[in-house]
Design a protein around this ligand. Structure first.
Ligand code: PLP
Length: 428
């Protein structure tokens, strides 16, 4: 439980903003006047830094045309490696263990097709039932590609309460027939942060490969992959990292696996020295580059450069520190001001067990979410009763959080949410 002490007034929120060591970053983001943006865990805000790195990329293309590939010592030809160098500190991994490539979903396919080699005795993939569904779709299709049946080869750890995953239940499910485990680091709905070290160790002790989906933790929490030592990880760069809608994603391949064949091979995974010889025999690079596939999507990668530079300036430790502080403040205000309207906090309270968003629960969450949007707040709704609120360390202020609570109180007092329908729209 957080030991932090807060106060209820607006002056206090303003004082917290004054004392915020990251406060200067807010001006570098396109924060809309009059809007309270709480959805950076879905799609992070655009920053001027990201805009500039994208414009720079366009300018290099304009100026250099096809010579873009050779300019600046091959920076753009090797742009995945260039960005990997900037992501490495966020994971405490070696830069050559990271590829910036594909989408999160495609990287699940890439990793599973690399690591999943079912045998008669070890043929199951272990997953949980609360992960974001795309991971499951990819896993199921990989099982089918091996000629196996999902009913036989997929093992699903069920959450006991539909909200959290019990780590010991996951470990107990690591039986001798399990070949591979894929789990989310932070659950997208409840914000639960799993003990990655404990679960990874348990998998290793049992000879099981393990990979993590970091979509809801990268850029929100500090990772220490030298210590955790997972086999692989995948993530998107568009949530906390604000790399832009559909930004090229990330893939971590532990260096002890550099000798493995990439499940999905392509010419950008070829060793630099022979790539342009265009031989028909794939000469796979012996780093994570070996898992790159086609020509890098420079325009979907460039914005990431700008935001990663900000991450370097700010430092991941300060980012996590503020994230913990501002989410604790939000939970405090929910407890103090919103519980009387039937709200409760649905995420774990302990710092080491929660990610970067707060999970606000209410029986009428869908309509309240709509009313919040109508009042200039951008949260998001997740079935069945969750409003996700993500104050982002680099651009959300304590005053934003204060006002969010004030608006929610107003909506509940005047029952404004009753004017909205419970019928679900296509994108929420
Ligand atoms: C845990 C997790 N994995 C994957 C995705 C999405 O995958 P992709 O980036 O391929 O759309 C999301 C999207 O919110 C997610 O929360």
């Amino acid at each position: 439980m957080s030991k932090r002490k807060f106060e209820l007034t607006l002056d206090y929120a303003k004082k917290m903003d004054q004392e915020d060591e990251l406060k200067s970053f807010r001006d570098r983001f396109y924060v809309k006047e009059g809007q309270i943006f709480m959805d950076g865990n879905s799609l992070g805000l655009c920053s001027k830094d990201a805009e500039n790195s994208l414009l720079n990329m366009l300018n290099v293309w304009k100026k250099e045309a096809i010579n873009i590939w050779g300019t600046e010592d091959g920076k753009y030809l090797n742009y995945s490696e260039y960005l990997a160098g900037k992501i490495a500190p966020l994971l405490n991994a070696d830069a050559n263990e990271i590829a910036v490539v594909g989408s999160t979903t495609m990287n699940v396919h890439q990793a599973i097709s690399t690591f999943y080699k079912p045998t008669k005795d070890r043929y199951k993939i272990l997953v949980d039932d609360l992960n974001f569904p795309t991971d499951r779709y990819a896993v199921d299709s990989q099982i089918r590609l091996k000629g196996l049946k999902v009913e036989d080869a997929l093992k699903v750890v069920k959450s006991k309460d539909g909200v959290m995953i019990d780590e010991d239940t996951v470990i107990d499910a690591m039986t001798d027939d399990v070949a591979l485990v894929l789990l989310p680091s932070v659950l997208y709905r409840s914000s639960q942060l799993l003990d990655m070290k404990k679960i990874t160790n348990a998998a290793k002790e049992r000879g099981i490969y393990i990979g993590w989906d970091l979509c809801h933790s990268i850029g929100a929490i500090s990772h220490d992959f030298k210590d955790i030592d997972p086999d692989f990880a995948i993530w998107c760069n568009y949530k906390y990292l604000s790399g832009g809608p559909g930004a090229t994603a990330g893939l971590f391949i532990n260096k002890k696996h550099f000798n493995k064949h990439a499940g999905l091979a392509g010419w950008f995974g070829n060793n630099d020295k022979t790539q342009f010889q265009l031989n028909h025999e794939f000469d796979q690079d012996k780093t994570a580059k070996g898992w790159q596939t086609g020509t890098p999507n420079l325009l979907s990668m460039a914005p990431i450069e700008g935001t990663l530079n900000m991450y370097k300036e700010a430092g991941m430790d300060k980012i996590r520190k503020k994230s913990l502080q501002i989410t604790a403040y939000l939970m405090y205000l929910i407890d103090e001001k919103l519980s009387k309207y039937g709200f409760r906090v649905g995420n774990p309270r302990e710092d080491e067990k929660r990610g970067g968003h707060v999970c606000l629960i209410h029986d009428d969450a869908y309509r309240i979410n709509s009313a919040l949007k109508n009042n200039g707040v951008i949260p998001d709704f997740r079935e069945p009763n969750v409003i996700r609120l993500a104050p982002i360390a680099l651009y959300t202020s304590y005053e934003d959080v204060y006002k969010l609570i004030e608006i929610t109180e107003k909506i509940m007092e005047n029952k404004e949410y009753e004017n909205f329908t419970n019928e679900r729209s296509v994108v929420v």
